[in-house]
Design a protein around this ligand. Structure first.
Ligand code: BTN
Length: 250
């Protein structure tokens, strides 16, 4: 295990680093700073949070566990778009590191059909926290996860420098966030669709009370998933439904 070398991380925002914390999302949500955008990073999370109330395995030295604290001047309806650009930033940075990564709508990053990164966005008052968990140098997953989770180490066969990837994710995020603020998600939807493995696939749409098959045909200018169900077009909003491939996770 190689320890993070903080001085090698290049960021445009202030970095708040801890060796160990419960959750970098919780740190960002509860810190006293009330205006400055910064990045919270930990070597290990004890109570890493996943989506839908699940735990997020966050071992020491294995991954990137970080949260970007933002104070966006966007309406509530536009906040999910920040999550979408978080996924785009990670996907692009991971591709630039040499991997064939894709976004599984709305914001999981997958390689070879398995999840390598998850994003959990939380909002409290003026704050929006984009929590990013990337399995970087993880060598093993337990039996429950190993069919659907992977790491950059398992895909590429060698350890990856986490410092370079953190810097790259954050600089990609900065570029996309500037575009989102000035031109809106419509300026990014085509790029998102290119990165998104869900588009053009037969999928299973899962809602609390009903699941059905549909075909995913595109991404709207608002980041919704455009599907065709029983011959009719419909739009799915992230946060309200989950989707998976009809034969597996992707
Ligand atoms: C998911 O379940 O797909 C979302 C996982 C999000 C994990 C990250 S790790 C950094 C940040 N802090 C947390 O407690 N969770 C997010």
């Amino acid at each position: 295990m190689t320890k993070l070398k903080i001085k090698n991380i290049k960021l445009s925002r202030k970095l708040c680093y801890k060796e160990e914390t419960n959750s970098t999302n919780d740190d960002a949500l509860s810190c006293e700073n009330t205006a400055e955008e910064c990045v919270f990073l930990a070597e290990r999370q004890i109570k890493g949070k996943g989506s839908r109330g699940r735990n997020w395995q966050s071992e020491k030295g294995d991954g990137i566990w970080m949260s970007i604290l933002l104070f966006p001047k966007l309406s509530a309806i536009d906040i999910p778009k920040i999550t979408l650009i978080g996924g785009m930033a990670v996907c692009t940075a991971v591709r630039n590191a040499g991997f064939e990564a894709y976004i599984k709508w709305p914001n999981d990053i997958v390689i070879g059909g398995k999840k390598v990164c998850g994003i959990l966005t939380e909002k409290r008052g003026e704050r929006v926290v984009i929590g990013i968990g990337i399995n970087v140098n993880t060598k093993h997953f337990d039996s429950e996860l190993k069919n659907k989770a992977t790491s950059l180490f398992l895909e590429g066969g060698k350890e990856i420098k986490r410092e370079t990837l953190i810097s790259s994710v954050c600089s990609e995020f900065d570029l996309l966030y500037d575009i989102l603020k000035t031109d809106g998600f419509s300026a990014l939807s085509r790029k998102y669709a290119e990165l998104c493995i869900t588009v053009g696939k037969k999928i299973m749409v899962i809602q609390p009370d009903i699941s059905y098959e549909a075909e995913s045909v595109g991404i709207t200018e608002n980041g919704e998933l455009l599907i065709v169900r029983d011959g009719k077009e419909e739009k799915l909003c992230s946060g309200e439904v989950s989707v998976r491939g009809i034969y597996g996770y992707v």
